[in-house]
Design a protein around this ligand. Structure first.
Ligand SMILES: [Zn+2]
Ligand SMILES: [Zn+2]
Length: 139
């Protein structure tokens, strides 16, 4: 997101930019518990306004989706892909870090990158092993 507002710039940095600056810092992948609880409560409240009792079905799915996304992101920075078919997701995110921040937004799925045309052409992109290494957590 591009903005001139210093407050918004700071907000975006706290949510996402800091991970680009410190991709190897495990502490910056999941939001800490207290802000998570505050944000989750606000999201629950917003969903409840529209969905009423269905929120009790929708919200757990929403949280599960977020946790899967977060865990995938962690795995992408921690290990090699466990299955061959997952390799494109790993490469897509690594390229998002070191090649272009304007592409490869999908972490747990490439679906929206394919819809919006922001998926890297993985056949044309060479894998830079040194740069990938610089994104991985210490073992
Ligand atoms: Zn990342
Ligand atoms: Zn990013």
């Amino acid at each position: 997101m591009v903005t001139e507002s210093p407050r918004l710039t700071r907000f975006i940095y706290v949510l996402h930019g800091n991970h680009h600056e410190y991709p190897r810092d495990k502490q910056r992948l999941f939001m800490p518990p207290v802000p998570s609880l505050i944000l989750a409560s606000a999201i629950f409240g917003a969903q409840y306004i529209f969905l009423r009792q269905f929120t009790f079905m929708f919200f757990p799915g929403f949280l599960l989706g977020y946790l899967i996304y977060g865990s995938m992101h962690y795995a992408i920075h921690a290990w090699n892909p466990p299955f061959r078919f997952m390799k494109p997701l790993w490469r897509n995110h690594h390229l998002h870090h070191y090649k272009s921040e304007d592409k490869g937004f999908g972490v747990s799925s490439a679906f929206w990158d394919r819809v919006f045309g922001t998926f890297f052409n993985l056949e044309k992109e060479k894998e830079d092993k040194e740069k990938v290494k610089s994104l991985m957590f210490d073992k």
